[in-house]
Design a protein around this ligand. Structure first.
Ligand code: 5GP
Length: 191
C-alpha cells in the first residue's frame, strides 16, 4: 500500500478540513482510467480540451498529460451570479476561449457539478459555436442534486452533497492546492 504523500498528510492538522472524500491515489487511478477512455474514444480525432477555471486547473493538468493523443488545451473562466453557496444558473464569462470551436471536437473538463446549472449554460453557449461534437468530463458529480439529467460522457466520482475543497476546488480562493478532496467544515463567510 502506498503511503499518503507528505503534501497530503500536512493537511490532516487543519481544523477547517474534514474527512477525505477522494484520496490522492484514488484520484490518480481514476484520472488514468478516464484518460484511457478519452484516448480510445477519440482515436484519430484529438479533442480540444476546454477547462473551466479556476477549479479545473489541477484536473486539466493531470488529465491532459495522461491522454495519449495530441490534444489542444484552452481555458475559460466563468462566474455565476448570486451567492457563493447556491448557483443561479446565470453565468458570466470572465475569460473566453482563444480558440474557434467551429467543427472542433470539444471536451469540456469540469471540476465539480452540483446543480448542473453552470454546465447547462456552458453547454448551450458552446454549442452555439457549432463544434463537430461536445462532450463533458467531470471529475466530481454531487449525487441527486441535479433537477434535469445531465449528459455527462465521463464522470470521475459521484460524491455526497457536502461542500468539498482540494484538487483545484476552493473556499474563498484557499485550499486549491490540497492534493486530495476533503469536506470543508470551517466557517462560511457571509457576504
Ligand atoms: P452548479 O452550477 O453545478 O450548481 O455549480 C457548479 C459550480 O459551483 C462549480 O463549478 C463550483 O465552482 C461550485 N461548487 C459546487 N459545489 C462545490 C463544492 O462542493 N466545493 C467547491 N469548492 N465548489 C463547489
Amino acid at each position: 500500500m502506498e503511503l499518503p504523500s507528505p503534501a497530503t498528510s500536512h493537511w490532516d492538522d487543519d481544523p477547517d478540513l474534514g474527512s477525505v472524500v477522494v484520496d490522492e491515489q484514488g484520484i490518480r487511478r481514476r484520472v488514468r482510467e478516464l484518460a484511457d477512455e478519452v484516448t480510445e474514444d477519440y482515436g484519430d480525432r484529438p479533442p480540444l480540451l476546454v477547462g473551466v477555471l479556476k477549479g479545473a486547473f489541477v484536473f486539466m493538468s493531470d488529465l491532459a498529460r495522461a491522454v495519449r493523443l495530441p490534444v489542444e488545451v484552452d481555458m475559460m473562466a466563468v462566474a455565476s451570479y448570486g451567492s457563493a453557496a447556491t448557483t443561479s444558473g446565470v453565468v458570466r464569462i470572465l475569460k473566453d476561449l482563444d480558440t474557434d470551436l467551429t467543427d472542433r471536437h470539444v471536451l469540456v473538463v469540469e471540476d465539480i457539478v452540483d446543480s448542473g446549472l453552470t454546465l447547462s449554460y456552458l453547454r448551450r453557449n458552446l454549442m452555439a459555436r457549432r463544434p463537430a461534437s461536445l462532450e463533458v468530463c467531470a471529475l466530481l458529480v454531487k449525487d441527486g442534486r441535479q433537477r434535469a439529467p445531465l449528459d455527462l460522457r465521463y464522470v470521475g466520482f459521484r460524491i455526497p452533497g457536502d461542500f468539498v475543497v482540494g484538487y483545484g476546488l476552493d473556499i474563498a480562493e484557499r485550499y486549491r492546492n490540497v492534493p486530495d478532496v476533503r469536506v470543508y467544515q470551517g466557517p462560511v463567510a457571509v457576504g
